[in-house]
Design a protein around this ligand. Structure first.
Ligand code: ADP
Length: 695
């Protein structure tokens, strides 16, 4: 859009074939002055110079093009006269510059053309009229040359730089050099502040003072420049001092007190947007026809375009930077390919994380570098979709929403993702790339898997006691029907029914606890209790019930009739101890010993701080790599005989209960040799509740 409005013709050529790749409207106007009718109106685009240049022009112009394409030396024409029957003569200045690619190779040629017909004709007119004495004619020609030089410099700096500070500086230096005004300045409009802000200034005198004075000029302040905002036409004051004397200008005006004579202020408009003002004052009086005044006005057009360009550029850049900032931080992975060959042009950190390749390494690579050839499997060995399928579908025009896909990271790790993708299109609706957004759903997936496993285990686990209850109940029913008295077998059946019912209740309770924890409805009934007493009670019940097992009760640094008070929910701590004991029994040989121990833990000061309880077995143990996992819900170690009943929620509940008591739990284990679970609970005290009898 900018190029279309630049007051300079611009065209881009392929350096090798000299094919015209693109050109703005003004360049086409330039070309249309000399092209054969069937090449006019942009038809030369995509064709080589040799094809469309009029015969007479081919050889000199080709020479220039070849030289710049081969050596990189820029070309700058003088007045380039073109005469064609029916068109009259036009005068142009044109330039040619080499544009290099990243490897330093000349890839393109940039041509610019400035129409100087009017200026040249004016000059010729002046020369022809020759009412002026010969030296005056020469002066006019000299002025014209300077004028063109300045405009040329300004136009050039606009083309070469997007940086508005440097454009402003170049422009003002050129004006100063050519016409020696006392002051020349550029202000930019601060749309929010309803004011002009100084961009650059050249001043012969105390520059800092001038800068301070002109730094910020609000639209409702007295200086004349403040009025630029409400004007389209330049403000020209031929003689400031005379205006002041005649009372038409206030003595307070800075230009009056600075002793200026001629003053010009050009409002800088780009289409309907007020960009700022270009002002100059001179030590001599001026007229609107002065070359200096005309040049400054002409420069205004270029500077306005440059300011507009810089403003748009800046806002696009800010917009992009802001967008990037957001994208960079999104927890969703985002990947952009802006080319049909699948080159990744953007990836945020989350994308790098999910794909297992740092985002910096992803950018610039092609999609196919990250594809796998082996078939991909998902849960339960179902075939899965590789993640890049959705990119490919987007590149072929499809919008894909919430597709589950799988990534195999370079280290073999499998990640489940939910991905959505869409094609990117240019203004002509042609697909130019694709954007993909994805989330890591591995955790949800594995939980889903565990829940599925849990459901199948649970239905099996619950059915087992029900089957035996039913079996024993049927025996009793049968005996009753036969009128038998309660014999030994019936009593055993009744005991089994009670035991299995308890087991069933326990399992259901565990499941309910899990649900309560998930729904944050798990509550403790806290009160001070003697932990020694609680532990003894639990052990007693186990020794009574399980006569075939040997339970060893170890007290370290304390005797059994001491009291150690902790604040806890007695029912829950009993549940914890039973759980650890049940596991110790379940996961060890029936003849092996189980040790339950307790010791108070002292601080370095000697004060009692907490109590540690352990449950040690000589059973199957737990593999080192699974130790951190066994407290997770539904987790069951891989060394289990799956016929051992269990859901994998016992230890999860144990840890929940202990941490809710501000306690800790840990496990030490050697596979094949046994495990020891340690729990610690804080002691109450110091105070009356902590009574330690002399041992
Ligand atoms: P469950 O016993 O119902 O499977 P838990 O949550 O109580 O569930 O235990 C989780 C897993 O930790 C068990 O499946 C088992 O693999 C392991 N585990 C727990 N206690 C022991 C133990 N004393 N010895 C060996 N492994 C154990």
């Amino acid at each position: 859009m900018m190029l279309e409005h630049l007051p300079v013709g611009v065209a881009l050529y392929d350096a090798e074939s000299l094919r015209l790749l693109s050109a703005n409207a003004l360049f086409h106007t330039f070309m249309d002055t000399f092209l054969e009718p069937h090449w006019k109106g942009g038809r030369a685009i995509d064709h080589t110079l040799q094809e469309w240049l009029p015969e007479g022009e081919v050889s000199p112009i080709l020479t220039i093009f070849h030289r710049t394409a081969e050596t990189g030396t820029p070309y700058k024409s003088d007045e380039y006269t073109m005469y064609f029957p029916g068109h009259g003569t036009t005068y142009w200045r044109w330039t040619l510059e080499a544009i290099r690619d990243e490897d330093g190779r000349i890839a393109h040629l940039l041509a610019t053309a400035t129409d100087i017909t009017k200026a040249v004709l004016d000059r010729k007119q002046a020369e022809i009229q020759s009412e002026l004495p010969p030296h005056k004619t020469q002066q006019t020609a000299e002025g014209e040359r300077r004028r063109l030089d300045v405009i040329e410099t300004v136009a050039r700096s606009v083309r070469e730089s997007f940086e508005i500070k440097s454009i402003g500086k170049t422009a003002l230096e050129a004006i100063k050099k050519a016409f020696a005004p006392r002051l020349v300045s550029i202000h930019v409009a601060d749309a929010d502040g309803q004011a002009l802000r100084l961009l650059h200034l050249e001043y012969t005198g105390n520059e800092q003072a001038a800068r301070n004075l002109l730094q910020y000029i609000s639209y409702d302040s007295p200086p004349i420049i403040a009025r630029a905002y409400s004007r389209r036409e330049p403000i020209i004051i031929e003689n400031v001092q005379e205006e002041a004397k005649a009372g038409r200008l206030s003595e307070q005006q800075p230009i009056v007190s600075a002793g200026a004579q001629g003053y010009v202020c050009v409002p800088l408009w780009f289409k309907d947007y007020f960009e700022g003002a270009l002002c100059a004052f001179f030590d001599e009086s001026i007229t609107p026809d002065d070359v200096a005044v005309q040049t400054i006005i002409a420069c205004g057009t270029h500077i306005a375009a440059a300011l507009a360009h810089a403003r748009l550029h800046e806002s696009v850049r800010n917009e992009r930077a802001r967008l990037r900032l957001v994208l960079d931080r999104l927890p969703e992975g985002i990947l952009l390919t802006e080319a049909m060959d699948g080159t990744i042009s953007y990836a945020n950190e989350a994308a790098g994380h999910i794909l297992g390749i740092p985002d910096k390494q992803l950018v610039g690579t092609q999609l196919h570098r990250h594809t796998q050839h082996a078939p991909i499997t998902g849960l339960n060995s179902q075939p899965g979709l590789p993640w890049y399928f959705s990119v490919i579908r987007a590149l072929s025009g499809e919008v894909v929403n919430g597709q589950e896909a799988i990534v195999i990271q370079p280290d073999g790790n499998r990640v489940f993702m939910l991905s959505s993708s869409a094609p990117l299109r240019n203004e002509s609706n042609v697909i130019t790339g694709a954007v993909v957004v994805f989330q890591d759903i591995t955790a949800q997936k594995s939980l889903e898997q565990q829940k599925n496993d849990f459901l199948s285990i649970a239905s099996h686990e619950l059915r087992t006691p029900i089957t035996s209850i039913q079996g024993f109940a049927e025996i009793l029913q049968h005996n009753m029907a036969q009128g038998k008295a309660l014999d030994e077998a019936s009593l055993r059946a009744i005991n089994m029914i009670v035991e299995e019912s308890q087991h069933l209740t326990q399992m259901i309770e565990d499941m309910l606890d899990l649900a309560r924890i998930e729904q944050s409805q798990f509550q403790l009934r806290l009160a001070p209790h003697n932990i020694l007493a609680t532990l003894s009670r639990v052990i007693e019940s186990y020794t009574l019930r399980m006569r075939e097992r040997e339970f060893q009760y170890t007290l370290d640094g304390i005797v059994s009739n001491d009291s150690l008070f902790c604040i806890y929910d007695e029912e829950r701590i009993t549940q914890v101890l039973s759980n650890l004991l049940n596991n110790a029994i379940k996961y060890s040989q029936s003849g092996s010993k189980i040790e339950i121990g307790l010791r108070p833990v002292r601080q370095s000061s000697g004060k009692l701080r907490e109590v540690e309880i352990w449950v040690r077995d000589q059973g199957i143990g737990i593999a080192a790599n699974e130790l951190p996992l066994i407290f997770n819900r539904f987790y069951r170690a891989s060394n289990l005989d799956r016929s051992l009943s269990g859901f994998g929620i016992g230890l999860f509940l144990v840890r929940e209960i202990i941490t809710r008591h501000s306690g800790r739990i840990r496990v030490e284990s050697v596979e094949g040799q046994g495990s020891t679970f340690f729990i610690t609970l804080p002691l109450v005290g110091p105070g009356p509740l902590l009574q330690q009898k002399a041992s």
